[in-house]
Ligand binder design. Structure first.
Ligand SMILES: *Cc1c(COP(=O)(O)O)cnc(C)c1O
Length: 420
């Protein structure tokens, strides 16, 4: 875990002074190391795609694209981000259960691959491709019949709005997938998120390869691409442990190799969001007041769950604190149990409950919430109580770059028109 006072030689306290708090700090070296750590060991036949959903910041996207990742997108703005980052069609996948016709039209123009999530969507893609005079090559997102454990949120075997049920596809007449302007060219499945069990990932991947082969044989389409999803987790709590990349790839590579040997022309994809981005980010919030209420200690900070909803523990069966520390603390400091809260007028604005922080925590201190590079502000209610989006700073090659400026009051008000 990172309990850093510095990022690439730059003091967090000085960055907080310069850019203000609350802010997100990203370490470009950590991002690179996390990507390369997996890339260097993973079977070369499979390409890693970065899921912008985890952190759509343009500079983060550029960094991962530069390192060789493809990009997995789900909205018009994510598509525009990818294009601004300089990505071309063969590095892009676009999925999502509720694509608009405009999104489909824009994706077809880039040459990116669409991943279709329903039978009516296939009709719409075909219609739009005919309108553009092109042939759309699409992957089918499949909702597998099997469920695999090991994730915080598992996907297979349940009724879902995502993908087309495996049973439905296997019952189709192959003619049902014959379109004038659409070719099915592969399969995608996504088994869950926050998976921390190496063998579950290996099993997932094997299951998806088998499923892809069965579907392509039954329905008579070519497997130009198989996207095995991803959902690799990172540890947030002391009871969790990070994936061991060596163990993971030792299990995964033979499975990939077997498929690749039998299908050497199939492009293979793994999608990762959290695993790549989370370790690179720290959320820095400054203590404004400390007080006691009925025996509990509270540290009230200038930013809270409005920027870091994940700290509330959404998606976990019970609440656990994110890893956090007082910036500049030394190991010997006497600690106490603190509730770390933000500026919102709701008791839910609690970044941590009874977390061990120095007993002497005081107004002006900085708290760093680590592992915060994924599902941060874009997955948070940044407009709640109108505090707006925090600043984001990326440190690269020892230099800090403001990669998103903090929202101003005008940013928030300019989009409204009052009654006149
Ligand atoms: C959210 C999502 C991802 C990224 O998930 P992580 O757990 O952050 O890696 C990848 N693919 C799909 C289809 C998703 O919905």
């Amino acid at each position: 875990m990172m309990f850093a006072t510095h990022i690439q030689g730059l003091a967090l306290s000085e960055l907080a002074e310069e850019y203000g708090t609350p802010l997100y700090l990203y370490d470009g070296d950590r991002l690179r190391d996390q990507y390369r750590g997996l890339r260097d060991r993973l079977h070369p036949a499979i390409r890693i795609f970065y899921s912008l959903k985890a952190n759509p910041n343009l500079a983060i996207t550029q960094s991962l694209l530069e390192l060789g990742a493809g990009l997995e997108l789900s909205s018009m703005a994510e598509l525009a981000t990818a294009q601004r980052a300089g990505a071309t069609g063969d590095s892009l996948l676009f999925l999502g259960p509720g694509k608009s016709r405009d999104e489909i039209a824009a994706v077809l123009k880039t040459g990116a691959r669409l991943i279709a999530e329903s039978l009516p969507e296939l009709d719409l893609i075909d219609e739009e491709a005919r309108h553009q005079g092109v042939t759309a090559e699409v992957l089918l997102r499949v909702n597998p019949a099997f469920e695999l454990k090991g994730g915080g949120l598992t996907m297979g075997g349940k009724p879902r709005q995502f993908g087309i049920d495996e049973e439905t596809l296997l019952a189709l007449d192959p003619a049902a997938l014959r379109y004038g302007n659409l070719r099915v060219r592969g399969v995608q499945a996504y088994m869950g998120t926050r998976i921390l069990d190496e063998s579950a990932i290996v099993q997932n991947t094997r299951g998806i390869f088998d499923l892809a082969i069965r579907l392509s044989v039954k329905l008579g389409f070519e497997l130009a691409t198989v996207d095995v999803g991803g959902g690799l987790g990172v540890a947030y709590h002391s009871k969790e442990r990070d994936l061991d990349v060596a163990t993971l790839t030792d299990g995964l590579n033979p499975v990939i190799d077997e498929f690749h040997t039998a299908h050497p022309d199939t492009r293979l994809v793994m999608e990762l969001g959290r695993f790549l981005a989370a370790p690179a980010g720290v959320y820095v919030t400054r203590v404004r007041y400390t007080k006691e209420s009925r025996g509990d200690r509270f540290a009230i900070c200038d930013g809270g769950t409005n920027h870091h909803m994940a700290a509330v523990g959404i998606g976990s069966p019970f609440r656990r604190n994110f890893p956090m520390y007082r910036v500049g603390s030394t190991a010997g400091d006497e600690t106490a149990a603190w509730n770390v809260t933000g500026p919102l007028c709701t008791p839910n604005d609690t970044l941590a409950k009874a977390v061990d922080l120095p007993a002497g925590l005081t107004a002006g201190d900085l708290i760093g919430v680590t592992r915060s590079g994924a599902y941060g502000p874009t997955a948070s209610p940044v407009l709640f109580l109108s505090h707006g989006y925090p600043a984001e700073v990326l440190v690269r090659d020892g230099r800090a770059h403001l990669v998103r400026r903090r929202d101003t009051v005008d940013d928030l008000l300019d989009r409204q028109s009052g009654l006149t």
